[in-house]
Design a protein around this ligand. Structure first.
Ligand SMILES: Cc1ncc(COP(=O)(O)O)c(C=O)c1O
Length: 393
Protein backbone atom coordinates (compact mmCIF):
# COMPACT_ATOMS: atom_id res chain seq x y z
CA UNK A 1 0.00 0.00 0.00
CA UNK A 2 1.35 3.40 -0.95
CA UNK A 3 0.80 5.07 2.46
CA UNK A 4 2.93 2.34 4.09
CA UNK A 5 6.15 4.34 4.18
CA UNK A 6 4.70 6.81 6.65
CA UNK A 7 3.32 4.18 9.03
CA UNK A 8 4.99 2.58 12.03
CA UNK A 9 6.06 -1.09 11.98
CA UNK A 10 3.19 -2.13 14.31
CA UNK A 11 0.62 -0.67 11.90
CA UNK A 12 2.30 -2.12 8.82
CA UNK A 13 2.42 -5.60 10.41
CA UNK A 14 -1.38 -5.48 10.37
CA UNK A 15 -2.09 -3.59 7.14
CA UNK A 16 0.86 -3.72 4.73
CA UNK A 17 -0.04 -5.23 1.37
CA UNK A 18 -3.65 -5.70 2.46
CA UNK A 19 -6.92 -4.01 1.52
CA UNK A 20 -10.47 -5.07 2.37
CA UNK A 21 -11.66 -7.58 -0.24
CA UNK A 22 -13.08 -5.46 -3.11
CA UNK A 23 -15.99 -7.86 -3.75
CA UNK A 24 -17.23 -8.58 -0.23
CA UNK A 25 -15.56 -6.01 2.01
CA UNK A 26 -14.04 -8.83 4.11
CA UNK A 27 -11.42 -7.22 6.37
CA UNK A 28 -9.27 -10.34 6.31
CA UNK A 29 -7.58 -11.49 3.08
CA UNK A 30 -9.60 -14.41 1.63
CA UNK A 31 -7.92 -17.80 1.26
CA UNK A 32 -8.01 -18.56 -2.46
CA UNK A 33 -7.71 -22.33 -2.75
CA UNK A 34 -8.13 -22.37 -6.55
CA UNK A 35 -5.24 -24.01 -8.36
CA UNK A 36 -6.19 -22.45 -11.71
CA UNK A 37 -7.80 -19.25 -12.98
CA UNK A 38 -10.05 -18.70 -16.05
CA UNK A 39 -8.41 -16.83 -18.89
CA UNK A 40 -10.19 -13.98 -20.69
CA UNK A 41 -8.41 -14.66 -23.98
CA UNK A 42 -5.00 -15.75 -25.26
CA UNK A 43 -2.48 -13.77 -23.24
CA UNK A 44 -5.33 -12.06 -21.34
CA UNK A 45 -5.90 -12.85 -17.67
CA UNK A 46 -6.73 -11.10 -14.41
CA UNK A 47 -3.21 -11.43 -13.02
CA UNK A 48 -3.28 -15.16 -12.32
CA UNK A 49 -2.88 -18.30 -14.44
CA UNK A 50 -1.89 -21.26 -12.23
CA UNK A 51 -1.39 -21.25 -8.45
CA UNK A 52 2.25 -22.35 -8.50
CA UNK A 53 3.21 -19.23 -10.47
CA UNK A 54 0.90 -16.88 -8.56
CA UNK A 55 -1.79 -17.02 -5.89
CA UNK A 56 -3.56 -13.96 -4.42
CA UNK A 57 -3.30 -15.07 -0.77
CA UNK A 58 0.40 -15.84 -1.17
CA UNK A 59 0.99 -12.55 -2.97
CA UNK A 60 -0.57 -10.68 -0.03
CA UNK A 61 1.80 -12.15 2.60
CA UNK A 62 4.73 -11.66 0.18
CA UNK A 63 3.88 -7.95 -0.14
CA UNK A 64 3.45 -7.61 3.61
CA UNK A 65 6.82 -9.23 4.39
CA UNK A 66 8.59 -7.19 1.69
CA UNK A 67 7.24 -4.06 3.33
CA UNK A 68 8.32 -5.13 6.84
CA UNK A 69 11.87 -6.01 5.73
CA UNK A 70 12.17 -2.83 3.63
CA UNK A 71 12.61 -5.06 0.55
CA UNK A 72 11.63 -4.54 -3.05
CA UNK A 73 10.00 -7.96 -3.22
CA UNK A 74 9.60 -11.11 -1.13
CA UNK A 75 8.90 -14.77 -1.86
CA UNK A 76 7.40 -17.29 0.55
CA UNK A 77 8.37 -20.97 0.58
CA UNK A 78 7.17 -24.11 2.37
CA UNK A 79 10.20 -24.07 4.75
CA UNK A 80 13.19 -21.92 5.61
CA UNK A 81 15.45 -24.47 3.94
CA UNK A 82 13.54 -24.28 0.66
CA UNK A 83 13.91 -20.47 0.74
CA UNK A 84 17.67 -20.88 1.31
CA UNK A 85 17.92 -23.48 -1.47
CA UNK A 86 16.27 -21.15 -3.98
CA UNK A 87 18.63 -18.30 -3.05
CA UNK A 88 21.74 -20.50 -3.30
CA UNK A 89 20.59 -22.16 -6.52
CA UNK A 90 20.13 -18.72 -8.07
CA UNK A 91 23.96 -18.41 -8.09
CA UNK A 92 25.95 -19.53 -11.13
CA UNK A 93 27.45 -23.03 -11.03
CA UNK A 94 30.96 -22.99 -9.59
CA UNK A 95 30.41 -19.80 -7.56
CA UNK A 96 32.55 -19.16 -4.46
CA UNK A 97 30.58 -18.70 -1.25
CA UNK A 98 32.02 -17.27 1.98
CA UNK A 99 29.86 -18.39 4.91
CA UNK A 100 29.86 -17.76 8.65
CA UNK A 101 31.21 -20.68 10.70
CA UNK A 102 28.21 -20.76 13.06
CA UNK A 103 25.08 -21.57 11.05
CA UNK A 104 21.94 -23.59 11.75
CA UNK A 105 22.86 -27.24 10.97
CA UNK A 106 20.43 -27.57 8.04
CA UNK A 107 21.83 -24.45 6.38
CA UNK A 108 25.36 -25.71 7.04
CA UNK A 109 24.46 -28.96 5.22
CA UNK A 110 22.99 -27.08 2.24
CA UNK A 111 25.95 -24.75 1.84
CA UNK A 112 28.76 -27.23 2.58
CA UNK A 113 27.42 -30.45 1.14
CA UNK A 114 24.40 -30.23 -1.15
CA UNK A 115 25.24 -27.10 -3.15
CA UNK A 116 28.91 -28.04 -3.76
CA UNK A 117 27.75 -31.45 -5.07
CA UNK A 118 24.77 -30.25 -7.15
CA UNK A 119 25.93 -26.79 -8.29
CA UNK A 120 29.71 -26.99 -7.94
CA UNK A 121 29.88 -24.17 -5.38
CA UNK A 122 33.17 -23.67 -3.52
CA UNK A 123 32.80 -22.72 0.11
CA UNK A 124 35.05 -21.04 2.65
CA UNK A 125 33.79 -20.83 6.22
CA UNK A 126 35.17 -18.14 8.51
CA UNK A 127 34.17 -16.34 11.68
CA UNK A 128 32.08 -13.36 10.50
CA UNK A 129 32.42 -11.67 13.90
CA UNK A 130 35.95 -10.95 12.63
CA UNK A 131 35.49 -8.80 9.47
CA UNK A 132 39.23 -9.06 8.66
CA UNK A 133 38.84 -12.84 8.37
CA UNK A 134 35.96 -12.31 5.93
CA UNK A 135 38.00 -9.88 3.82
CA UNK A 136 40.90 -12.36 3.77
CA UNK A 137 38.63 -15.17 2.51
CA UNK A 138 37.52 -13.27 -0.61
CA UNK A 139 38.71 -14.50 -4.02
CA UNK A 140 38.03 -13.11 -7.49
CA UNK A 141 35.24 -15.73 -7.77
CA UNK A 142 33.43 -14.78 -4.54
CA UNK A 143 29.79 -14.32 -5.48
CA UNK A 144 28.06 -14.57 -2.10
CA UNK A 145 28.54 -13.95 1.62
CA UNK A 146 26.09 -15.80 3.88
CA UNK A 147 25.64 -15.22 7.61
CA UNK A 148 23.11 -15.21 10.41
CA UNK A 149 23.08 -12.68 13.24
CA UNK A 150 22.47 -13.39 16.07
CA UNK A 151 23.83 -16.77 15.03
CA UNK A 152 22.40 -20.16 15.95
CA UNK A 153 23.21 -21.27 18.62
CA UNK A 154 26.23 -19.32 19.92
CA UNK A 155 24.53 -15.90 19.53
CA UNK A 156 27.50 -14.43 17.69
CA UNK A 157 26.77 -10.84 16.68
CA UNK A 158 27.98 -9.82 13.24
CA UNK A 159 28.52 -6.18 12.27
CA UNK A 160 26.21 -6.15 9.25
CA UNK A 161 27.36 -2.79 7.85
CA UNK A 162 31.03 -3.88 7.93
CA UNK A 163 30.29 -7.14 6.10
CA UNK A 164 28.16 -5.49 3.43
CA UNK A 165 30.95 -2.95 2.84
CA UNK A 166 33.48 -5.77 2.27
CA UNK A 167 31.01 -7.49 -0.06
CA UNK A 168 30.37 -4.32 -2.07
CA UNK A 169 34.12 -3.78 -2.45
CA UNK A 170 34.52 -7.22 -4.05
CA UNK A 171 31.20 -7.24 -5.96
CA UNK A 172 29.67 -10.10 -3.93
CA UNK A 173 26.04 -10.38 -2.89
CA UNK A 174 25.15 -10.66 0.82
CA UNK A 175 22.52 -12.87 2.40
CA UNK A 176 21.53 -12.47 6.05
CA UNK A 177 19.44 -15.11 7.80
CA UNK A 178 17.29 -12.89 10.03
CA UNK A 179 15.40 -15.73 11.72
CA UNK A 180 16.60 -15.03 15.29
CA UNK A 181 15.78 -11.31 15.20
CA UNK A 182 12.73 -11.01 12.90
CA UNK A 183 12.20 -7.75 11.00
CA UNK A 184 10.71 -6.23 14.15
CA UNK A 185 14.12 -6.20 15.87
CA UNK A 186 16.49 -5.97 12.89
CA UNK A 187 16.20 -5.01 9.23
CA UNK A 188 19.46 -6.09 7.54
CA UNK A 189 18.53 -4.43 4.22
CA UNK A 190 18.84 -1.04 5.97
CA UNK A 191 22.49 -1.99 6.69
CA UNK A 192 23.17 -2.87 3.05
CA UNK A 193 22.24 -6.59 2.84
CA UNK A 194 20.92 -7.74 -0.55
CA UNK A 195 18.74 -10.70 0.43
CA UNK A 196 17.17 -11.55 3.80
CA UNK A 197 16.08 -15.11 4.45
CA UNK A 198 13.97 -16.50 7.28
CA UNK A 199 12.80 -19.69 8.71
CA UNK A 200 9.27 -18.24 9.10
CA UNK A 201 8.60 -21.45 11.06
CA UNK A 202 10.03 -19.49 14.02
CA UNK A 203 9.09 -15.96 15.17
CA UNK A 204 7.21 -14.90 12.03
CA UNK A 205 4.66 -17.69 12.50
CA UNK A 206 5.24 -17.69 16.25
CA UNK A 207 3.00 -20.56 17.39
CA UNK A 208 4.96 -23.70 16.47
CA UNK A 209 2.16 -24.79 14.14
CA UNK A 210 3.36 -23.68 10.71
CA UNK A 211 6.41 -24.31 8.53
CA UNK A 212 7.38 -21.57 6.09
CA UNK A 213 10.36 -19.70 4.64
CA UNK A 214 10.99 -16.25 3.23
CA UNK A 215 13.48 -14.64 0.84
CA UNK A 216 13.18 -10.84 0.73
CA UNK A 217 15.20 -9.00 -1.91
CA UNK A 218 16.44 -5.42 -1.56
CA UNK A 219 15.93 -2.81 -4.28
CA UNK A 220 19.74 -2.38 -4.27
CA UNK A 221 20.41 -6.13 -4.84
CA UNK A 222 22.45 -6.95 -7.97
CA UNK A 223 20.43 -6.85 -11.16
CA UNK A 224 18.49 -10.01 -11.91
CA UNK A 225 18.70 -11.54 -8.39
CA UNK A 226 15.03 -10.98 -7.65
CA UNK A 227 13.98 -12.51 -10.97
CA UNK A 228 16.28 -15.52 -10.43
CA UNK A 229 14.85 -16.25 -6.97
CA UNK A 230 11.29 -15.87 -8.29
CA UNK A 231 12.22 -18.17 -11.17
CA UNK A 232 13.60 -20.80 -8.73
CA UNK A 233 10.44 -20.62 -6.58
CA UNK A 234 8.25 -21.34 -9.62
CA UNK A 235 10.61 -23.69 -11.47
CA UNK A 236 11.15 -25.93 -8.44
CA UNK A 237 7.55 -25.56 -7.24
CA UNK A 238 8.64 -24.42 -3.77
CA UNK A 239 5.55 -22.35 -2.96
CA UNK A 240 3.75 -21.79 0.33
CA UNK A 241 0.13 -23.02 0.15
CA UNK A 242 -2.78 -20.56 0.28
CA UNK A 243 -3.85 -21.93 3.68
CA UNK A 244 -0.37 -21.53 5.16
CA UNK A 245 0.00 -18.09 3.54
CA UNK A 246 -3.17 -17.01 5.35
CA UNK A 247 -1.92 -18.43 8.67
CA UNK A 248 1.41 -16.61 8.24
CA UNK A 249 -0.39 -13.37 7.38
CA UNK A 250 -2.42 -13.72 10.60
CA UNK A 251 0.67 -14.50 12.68
CA UNK A 252 2.63 -11.51 11.43
CA UNK A 253 -0.08 -9.16 12.72
CA UNK A 254 0.95 -9.98 16.30
CA UNK A 255 4.71 -10.11 15.65
CA UNK A 256 5.44 -6.75 17.36
CA UNK A 257 3.58 -7.55 20.59
CA UNK A 258 4.99 -11.06 20.74
CA UNK A 259 8.55 -9.84 20.15
CA UNK A 260 8.24 -7.16 22.84
CA UNK A 261 7.19 -9.78 25.36
CA UNK A 262 9.82 -12.31 24.17
CA UNK A 263 12.53 -9.66 24.68
CA UNK A 264 11.22 -8.59 28.11
CA UNK A 265 11.06 -12.18 29.37
CA UNK A 266 14.42 -13.23 27.91
CA UNK A 267 16.13 -10.11 29.28
CA UNK A 268 14.80 -10.82 32.78
CA UNK A 269 15.74 -14.49 32.66
CA UNK A 270 19.25 -13.80 31.28
CA UNK A 271 19.90 -11.29 34.08
CA UNK A 272 18.57 -13.72 36.69
CA UNK A 273 20.80 -16.52 35.38
CA UNK A 274 23.86 -14.27 35.26
CA UNK A 275 23.28 -12.97 38.82
CA UNK A 276 22.91 -16.54 40.08
CA UNK A 277 25.43 -18.15 37.72
CA UNK A 278 27.29 -20.19 40.33
CA UNK A 279 24.11 -21.35 42.09
CA UNK A 280 22.83 -22.59 38.71
CA UNK A 281 26.19 -24.28 37.96
CA UNK A 282 26.77 -22.44 34.70
CA UNK A 283 30.12 -21.70 33.10
CA UNK A 284 28.58 -19.08 30.80
CA UNK A 285 25.36 -17.20 30.06
CA UNK A 286 25.09 -15.77 26.54
CA UNK A 287 22.40 -13.22 25.65
CA UNK A 288 23.09 -10.26 23.34
CA UNK A 289 21.34 -7.91 25.79
CA UNK A 290 23.86 -8.56 28.60
CA UNK A 291 26.39 -5.69 28.61
CA UNK A 292 29.36 -8.09 28.91
CA UNK A 293 28.17 -10.29 26.04
CA UNK A 294 30.59 -10.22 23.06
CA UNK A 295 28.97 -8.10 20.37
CA UNK A 296 26.60 -6.32 22.77
CA UNK A 297 27.50 -2.84 21.46
CA UNK A 298 26.98 -3.94 17.83
CA UNK A 299 23.68 -5.60 18.72
CA UNK A 300 22.55 -2.43 20.52
CA UNK A 301 23.30 -0.43 17.37
CA UNK A 302 21.73 -2.67 14.74
CA UNK A 303 18.86 -4.27 16.70
CA UNK A 304 15.97 -2.61 18.53
CA UNK A 305 15.76 -5.47 21.06
CA UNK A 306 17.86 -8.51 21.91
CA UNK A 307 15.53 -11.39 21.10
CA UNK A 308 14.32 -14.50 22.87
CA UNK A 309 17.27 -16.88 22.71
CA UNK A 310 19.67 -17.53 25.60
CA UNK A 311 22.57 -19.98 25.34
CA UNK A 312 24.05 -21.55 28.47
CA UNK A 313 27.04 -23.75 29.19
CA UNK A 314 26.37 -26.12 32.04
CA UNK A 315 28.88 -27.50 34.58
CA UNK A 316 28.67 -31.09 35.81
CA UNK A 317 29.07 -33.20 32.66
CA UNK A 318 26.68 -34.83 30.20
CA UNK A 319 24.50 -36.47 32.92
CA UNK A 320 23.65 -33.11 34.46
CA UNK A 321 22.93 -31.62 30.99
CA UNK A 322 20.46 -34.42 30.25
CA UNK A 323 18.85 -34.21 33.71
CA UNK A 324 18.17 -30.50 33.22
CA UNK A 325 16.71 -31.04 29.75
CA UNK A 326 14.35 -33.69 31.13
CA UNK A 327 13.40 -31.84 34.32
CA UNK A 328 12.00 -28.58 32.97
CA UNK A 329 8.26 -28.55 32.72
CA UNK A 330 7.23 -25.26 31.05
CA UNK A 331 10.38 -25.24 28.90
CA UNK A 332 9.56 -28.19 26.60
CA UNK A 333 12.58 -30.31 25.60
CA UNK A 334 12.23 -29.86 21.84
CA UNK A 335 14.03 -28.37 18.85
CA UNK A 336 12.90 -25.18 17.13
CA UNK A 337 12.37 -21.74 18.63
CA UNK A 338 10.35 -18.58 18.30
CA UNK A 339 6.97 -19.93 19.45
CA UNK A 340 4.84 -18.43 22.21
CA UNK A 341 5.79 -21.41 24.40
CA UNK A 342 9.28 -21.77 25.89
CA UNK A 343 11.61 -24.52 24.68
CA UNK A 344 14.94 -25.96 25.81
CA UNK A 345 17.26 -28.00 23.57
CA UNK A 346 20.76 -29.42 23.16
CA UNK A 347 22.33 -28.09 19.90
CA UNK A 348 25.23 -30.59 19.71
CA UNK A 349 22.88 -33.61 19.54
CA UNK A 350 19.89 -32.00 17.82
CA UNK A 351 19.88 -28.83 15.66
CA UNK A 352 23.62 -29.02 14.89
CA UNK A 353 24.03 -32.79 14.68
CA UNK A 354 24.62 -32.50 10.90
CA UNK A 355 27.72 -30.34 11.50
CA UNK A 356 30.88 -32.50 11.86
CA UNK A 357 32.02 -32.62 15.53
CA UNK A 358 35.34 -30.83 14.95
CA UNK A 359 33.63 -27.96 13.07
CA UNK A 360 30.96 -27.76 15.75
CA UNK A 361 33.57 -27.49 18.49
CA UNK A 362 35.54 -24.91 16.48
CA UNK A 363 32.41 -22.78 16.17
CA UNK A 364 31.86 -23.06 19.94
CA UNK A 365 28.91 -25.47 19.84
CA UNK A 366 30.03 -27.61 22.77
CA UNK A 367 28.44 -30.70 24.34
CA UNK A 368 27.70 -28.75 27.54
CA UNK A 369 25.62 -26.15 25.68
CA UNK A 370 21.88 -25.72 26.21
CA UNK A 371 19.75 -23.30 24.18
CA UNK A 372 16.62 -21.68 25.61
CA UNK A 373 13.89 -20.18 23.45
CA UNK A 374 12.02 -17.97 25.88
CA UNK A 375 8.28 -17.78 25.22
CA UNK A 376 5.70 -15.23 26.28
CA UNK A 377 4.44 -16.98 29.41
CA UNK A 378 4.84 -15.30 32.82
CA UNK A 379 8.56 -14.66 33.42
CA UNK A 380 8.04 -15.55 37.12
CA UNK A 381 6.71 -18.98 36.19
CA UNK A 382 9.56 -19.54 33.73
CA UNK A 383 12.20 -18.61 36.32
CA UNK A 384 10.57 -20.94 38.86
CA UNK A 385 10.68 -23.73 36.25
CA UNK A 386 14.41 -23.18 35.64
CA UNK A 387 15.11 -22.98 39.38
CA UNK A 388 13.43 -26.36 39.92
CA UNK A 389 15.26 -28.00 36.99
CA UNK A 390 18.74 -26.67 37.78
CA UNK A 391 18.69 -26.99 41.57
CA UNK A 392 17.25 -30.47 42.04
CA UNK A 393 19.54 -33.36 42.90
C1 LIG B 1 18.53 -19.76 11.72
C2 LIG B 1 17.74 -20.78 10.95
N1 LIG B 1 17.68 -20.68 9.61
C3 LIG B 1 17.00 -21.57 8.85
C4 LIG B 1 16.35 -22.65 9.45
C5 LIG B 1 15.63 -23.66 8.57
O1 LIG B 1 14.26 -23.40 8.58
P1 LIG B 1 13.12 -24.53 8.41
O2 LIG B 1 13.25 -25.48 9.56
O3 LIG B 1 11.85 -23.71 8.41
O4 LIG B 1 13.37 -25.19 7.10
C6 LIG B 1 16.36 -22.77 10.84
C7 LIG B 1 15.65 -23.90 11.48
O5 LIG B 1 15.80 -24.14 12.67
C8 LIG B 1 17.08 -21.82 11.62
O6 LIG B 1 17.15 -21.91 12.95
Amino acid sequence: MSRSNQLQFETRAIHAGQEPDPQTGAVVTPIVHATTFVQDGIGKNRGYVYARSGNPTRLTIERCLADLEGAEDAFVFPTGLSAATSVLAALDAGAHVVAHNDLYGGIYRLINDLMPRSNGHHVTQVDFTDPDAVAAAVTDKTALMWFETPSNPTLGIIDIAKITQIARDCGAMTVCDNTFASPYLQRPIEWGVDVVVHSATKFLSGHSDLMAGVAAVAAHAPEGVCERIGYMQNATGAVLSAMDSSLLLRSVKTLPVRMQRHCENAGRIAEHLLENQSAYGLSSVRYPGLPDNPGHAIAARQMSGFGAIITLRVNGGPERVEQILKRTDLFGFAVSLGGVESLIQHPASLTHKTVPAEKREAAGVSEDMIRLSVGIESADDLIADLQRAFHQG
